[in-house]
Ligand binder design. Structure first.
Ligand SMILES: [Zn+2]
Length: 319
């Protein structure tokens, strides 16, 4: 796995070098610009082993401000609003200039939920979100589960359209939540943590995911679309989002607002496949003939993430 990562890093460095050489003669072509927006799901999440919920909100706002990302979007799981300071935390994100959107109230799997119940859950979340500023009419499917079978999927699509809610799709899927979960477990177990190695694991995992889906997009559409990165409002993000943004920029990426990202033509390209759990680029690629078996990468494989953490010695023994 380390060899693969080294190859990716080497490729990224060589690309950066050739871009720099080109830049000496002429400005880079507009089409060469790589753009990505940041989105954070499940906000406001509860207390973690590292930050309380309130501390996390403070740290994340500060980190985004320091990194000068501009607006990001928080997809709110509205039953979290009832926790202590839950409403105040979302207000703080909005006051800091970030966008607020719907991630349902109960965070159910659409494929396992009665269609009418699911739609009612979306509607209830909308009523709870109505008072917040910087609202956007976007709904992100929990687990990226856009529904099976076909009739259920289409019923919810129809309901969203009726309500003027757009699918808050992602283009880059990854298991940042799993990395955070492993970190929380290690801290709770009293294991030592190599913070630098943890940071590098987070950054490498997410960069790898971004490159994976951007390659698929480029192969499928002949262009690099405006991406939307799936992240979660977790301690990992609060600690390392600045490092991730710096690493993306070092490789030629520009952080854009979710408003800009959802203006991409991808927004109007509605996938037909029911294989929709890895976001829009993957689904459209499957529609275009990509073998779904090839849609696998380090950042969505729990055992591979565990192996990477172990190989890099991120978590030590119990002190
Ligand atoms: Zn979620």
């Amino acid at each position: 796995m380390r060899t693969l990562l080294l190859i990716i890093v080497a490729l990224s460095l060589s690309q950066g070098l050739s871009q720099n050489l080109l830049a000496a003669d002429e400005p880079p072509q507009q089409t060469a610009v790589k753009r990505i927006a940041l989105s954070f799901d499940d906000a406001p999440r509860g207390d973690g082993a590292i930050f309380s919920g309130e501390q996390r909100t403070t740290a994340l706002i500060k980190a985004l401000q320091s990194a000068e990302t501009g607006p990001v979007v928080f997809f709110v799981k509205t039953d979290h609003l009832s926790m202590t300071k839950g409403v105040a935390r979302i207000e703080r994100y909005a006051e800091a200039g970030h966008l607020i959107a719907n991630h349902t109230h109960s965070h159910a799997w659409l494929s396992r939920t009665d269609t009418d119940d699911y739609i009612a859950d979306i509607d209830y979340a909308e009523t709870l979100l109505a008072a917040f500023s910087n609202r956007r009419a976007w709904m992100r499917f929990p687990y990226l589960d856009e529904g099976t079978p076909l009739a259920k999927r289409d019923a919810v699509r129809f309901a969203l359209n009726e309500r003027g809610l757009a699918n808050g799709y992602v283009t880059v899927d990854n298991y940042d939540w799993y990395l955070d979960q492993q970190w929380q477990a290690a801290v709770r177990a009293g294991r030592s943590v190599d913070t630098k190695a943890l940071r590098d694991a987070y950054v490498d995992l997410l960069l790898g995911a971004v490159l994976f889906y951007d390659d698929i997009a480029t192969n499928t559409f002949g262009r690099s679309p405006a991406h939307i990165l799936l992240l979660h409002e977790n301690d990992m993000a609060a600690m390392f989002i600045g490092d991730l943004v710096a690493a993306l920029r070092a490789r030629g990426w520009t952080i854009i607002s979710p408003d800009e990202a959802y203006q991409d033509p991808l927004n109007a390209m509605i996938p037909q496949t029911l294989i929709n759990r890895q976001g829009r680029v993957a689904a459209l690629a499957v529609d275009a003939g990509l073998d779904p078996q090839t849609l696998t990468h380090l950042a969505i494989e729990e055992d591979q993430i565990d192996a990477m953490l172990s190989e890099r010695g991120v978590f030590g023994q119990v002190d």
